[in-house]
Design a protein around this ligand. Sequence first.
Ligand SMILES: C[S@@+](CC[C@H](N)C(=O)[O-])C[C@H]1O[C@@H](n2cnc3c(N)ncnc32)[C@H](O)[C@@H]1O
Length: 373
Amino acid sequence: MEFQYKDKRPLSEIRDDILKASRAAPDIPHHFARGLVITGDNCDVMLSLLKNFQGKIDLIYTDPPFNTQSSFYRGEGRVSTISPARSDRVAYSDSMPLEDYLEFMRIRLCLMQLLLSERGSLYLHIDSRVGPYLRIIMDEVFGMDNFINDISRVKCNPKNFGRAGYGNQKDVIYFYARNREKVIFNSVTEPYSAADLDRLFKKKDSRGRRYTTVPCHAPGETSGETGGLFRGMPPPTGRHWRYAPRVLEDMDDRGLIEWSKTGVPRIIKYASDSSGKKMQDVWLNFKDPPYPCYPTEKNAEMLETIIRQSSYEDSLVLDPFAGSGSLLRAAMISGRRFIGIDSSPEAIKVMKERPELRDQEFREFPAEARQKQ
Ligand SMILES: C[S@@+](CC[C@H](N)C(=O)[O-])C[C@H]1O[C@@H](n2cnc3c(N)ncnc32)[C@H](O)[C@@H]1O
């Protein structure tokens, strides 16, 4: 099976060229305290970063242009795509023939894959129009086995445009590991909603605390400790106790076992002891800000969640299409070191205005050192 388009280069040729060009690329000083923001084309900058950071980055979040065939503007106090004011400045333009766009992204995805550590992962934020093509390219670059999730993110409230077709309320995030077996995943949970609590913790104790119960036993017989007697009872046929009988007896003494009228014990689980529910691949609560400081600025809580989920405190994170620096700000707040890249002077201006980023190091990539890729 092959995905072909005009002027698509073999992956091995792109990788060889990257490694060659990286050796000739200028050095980017790699000592910085918390954060480094570089103005320049991210292909040139990542070629330089490879010299010191190949295999060293634990998390890349990337939100590239979606090839919308439009331009994004920014003026004083407002951002716009469809009706810019005469005084607005172009933040970035987003228009390429589809084949050129796919090659542009393919080279950059190869660079990102080389920068990722063995425990690292990449989140690519994209729309459902060009997303499926990039998904195939990511399978080629990362390997299908390293695909983890395709997340649907509700980005805005319902719209009521008159066009034939359904309203577009979502975009997608592809989540890939450099190495699926070693990837950082911290099992961050999300809080229960009131409806979840009603559904999952139906009972209340004498102090009004919400709880539910689960069986004291699990499938599989054993002749070991968990196959013994709990309060004189063996586990049901074909099953074993979840904990050693002495542990269950201790829980019973502490009021953590509920006995039915027919003498069946169940373990009590309080809602207040639960860290929340497992996150799913449909994200409903991370809509983008209604009054962004930069066009296409992404939801801050979503980015903080991604950082907590897929990096450690000692991790270095990268956003090669940093825009307003929303990911970099989330990294700063979460105590991670970070590198951001953007080619737009408007984006750099917004990042320098953010209180959390203003004291970080800002550098220009030397224009004379541009590589042809
Ligand atoms: C969709 S926006 C990113 C928005 C960002 N996630 C935020 O929350 O503000 C894409 C960004 O990529 C930048 N960009 C486009 N092509 C680039 C390139 N070749 N190198 C570096 N940045 C680029 C644009 O200037 C723009 O700021």
